[in-house]
Design a protein. Structure first.
Length: 101
C-alpha cells in the first residue's frame, strides 16, 4: 500500500525564494519515491516564466497544483493594491494554460 503525503508550500508567497522552493520540492519527491507526494504552490504569479515552468511541471507530475492569487484584473487597481502591474501575472496565466491542454 502506498503512503499518501501532501506538501503545501503556503504561508507567504514563495516567489522570492522560488529557486529554493523548487529544489526542496525535487528533493522531497526524490526522497519519497514509492509514496504519493503532491507538491502544491500558492503564488502571486509574478515570477520569471522559466521558474513558473519548473514549478508547474513539478506540480503536475506529482498530482499537485498551483494556485495563483490575482489581486485585481484591472491593471490600475492592481498597481494601487500591489504597487506593480499585473501584466506578468496575466502572461503567466497564459503560460499555465498551455499545461492544461
Amino acid at each position: 500500500m502506498l503512503a499518501y503525503l501532501t506538501r503545501f508550500l503556503f504561508g507567504g508567497d514563495p516567489t522570492p525564494q522560488l529557486p529554493h522552493s523548487i529544489r526542496v520540492a525535487r528533493l522531497a519527491l526524490e526522497r519519497n519515491k514509492g509514496r504519493i507526494l503532491r507538491v502544491c504552490w500558492e503564488i502571486n504569479g509574478s515570477m520569471r516564466p522559466a521558474l513558473l515552468k519548473q514549478a508547474a511541471e513539478i506540480a503536475l507530475n506529482s498530482g499537485g497544483c498551483i494556485k495563483v492569487d490575482l489581486k485585481a484584473w484591472d491593471e490600475g487597481l492592481h498597481i494601487a493594491l500591489c504597487g506593480v502591474s499585473n501584466r506578468r501575472t496575466l502572461e503567466n496565466f497564459q503560460l499555465l494554460a498551455e499545461y492544461a491542454r
